[in-house]
Design a protein around this ligand. Sequence first.
Ligand SMILES: Cc1cc2nc3c(=O)[nH]c(=O)nc-3n(C[C@H](O)[C@H](O)[C@H](O)COP(=O)(O)OP(=O)(O)OC[C@H]3O[C@@H](n4cnc5c(N)ncnc54)[C@H](O)[C@@H]3O)c2cc1C
Length: 394
Amino acid sequence: MLKFDVVVIGAGGAGMMCAIHAGRRGRKVALIDHATVIGRKILISGGGRCNFTNINAGPDNYVSNNPHFHKSALSRYSPGDFIEMVEKHRIAYHEKKLGQLFCDGSASQIVDMLMNECDKAGATFLKGRIVREVKREAEDSNFLIHTHNETITCESLVIATGGLSIPQIGATGFGYQIAQQFGLKVVETNPALDGFNFSSADLSKFKELTGVSVDSVVSVNKVAFRENILFTHNGLSGPASLQASLYWKKGNPISINIAPDIDPIGYFNERFADGSNKEVKNILAEIIPRRLAEILCQMENIKGNVSELSEVKMRALAARLENWQITPQGTVGYKKAEVTRGGVDTNALSSTTMEAKKVPGLYFIGEVVDVTGQLGGYNFQWAWASGSAAGHAV
Ligand SMILES: Cc1cc2nc3c(=O)[nH]c(=O)nc-3n(C[C@H](O)[C@H](O)[C@H](O)COP(=O)(O)OP(=O)(O)OC[C@H]3O[C@@H](n4cnc5c(N)ncnc54)[C@H](O)[C@@H]3O)c2cc1C
C-alpha cells in the first residue's frame, strides 16, 4: 500500500497548484490522474497560448450560488502571485486585451512550470491511474483510494477533477460523484462559455450570416458584454456570446446591439435628410457588415430606397439594430464548452480552506466547485487561488 499525507485526484491547474503549496509545507503529496499526459486542458487553452490569468480578476467576474464564497481565496492568491511564478520561470507573456495575459510562446510552458514546481516541492505524479473506489472507514481514519492496480492511503484527499467540459480529453463527473458519496450537494451543472445554438426556424432565417462577425453588445439577465459575435452554422459564437452563455438559462432571450456606438434613429434621420436617397440596405451596410444589413432589411420587409421608408419601418429597423432579441434553443454543449457552470455546493465547503465542512480531510478545488469565471483568464485564476488555499491547509 502506498502512503501519502495528501492525495490530489486530478493533476490539472488546480491540483498541481495545491500540490506545490502542500509539498512546500513538507507534506508528502501524490497527484493521481487517469490521463498519461499532464495538463491537457492547459495545453489547449487560449488557442495554445494559455490565457493564464486576468490582471483585473475580482469576485464579480465569477458566477456561483454564493457570490461571496470565492472572495477569500481570490484575495489570498492574486494574479500578481501567479505572474511572479511565470516571471521566475522566464516565461514571456503579453496582455492581449482587457487584462488577459497570454504566453508569447506556448501553453506547454505553463504546464512545464507547474510540473517543475511540483517536482521541487517533492510531489509524486501517479499518471494513467483509474480510480475504482474511494473509501473511509471512519471520520478519523485515513482515506483509501483503490486504483486499477494499487491501494493508496492518505490523511487529506483533494478532489481537483474539473468539470464535464471537453470529455474528448478526459473530463469526467468523478468529482461530483465523490461529493455525493460523502453527502455533499452538487449544484446543477451546465455547459458554459460555449455560445448558442438557434432553433431550426431561426437558423433558416440566418443561414446566410454564417461567418459574419461584428462588434456587439450581448445582454442576458441584466449582464452585458461588448466584444465580437460570430454567426455560425448552428447559432452564435464569438467572445460576447460565449460570455453571455455563462449567464443564460433555458428559455431566456438574449438581446444583441449590433451597432453599439450608433444611435440608430439619429443616424437614419441624418442620412435620410442628406438627400442621397440610397437603398436602405446600403445605408445600413455603412455601419454593419453588408450581409447582416441585407438580412435585417429582409426581416423587416424593407426593400427600396430611403425615400420609401415609413417612420414605422425605420423605428422597427432601429429596434432590430439596438435590441435584436433571439431566444436560443440551447448552448453549444460540453464538447465545445470552456467550462462547466455549477458543481460542488459552496455551502458545503470552507471558503478559507476548501475543506468539506462535514467531512474533515476532504477538499474540493478548481472547476469542480460551483464557482465559474467569465472568459478571459478568470477560470485559471480560480484554479490557482482555490488550489493554493487548499494547499496551505491540507
Ligand atoms: C478549450 C478550452 C480553453 C480554455 N482556455 C482557458 C483560458 O485560456 N483561460 C482560462 O482561465 N481558462 C480557460 N479554460 C478553462 C480552464 O481550462 C479550466 O477552468 C481549468 O483548467 C480548470 O482547472 P481544474 O484543475 O479545476 O480542472 P482540469 O484542468 O479540467 O483538470 C482536471 C484533471 O482531472 C483529471 N481527471 C478527470 N476525471 C478524472 C478521474 N475520474 N480520475 C482521475 N483523474 C481525472 C483530468 O484528466 C485532468 O487532468 C479553457 C477550457 C477549455 C476547454
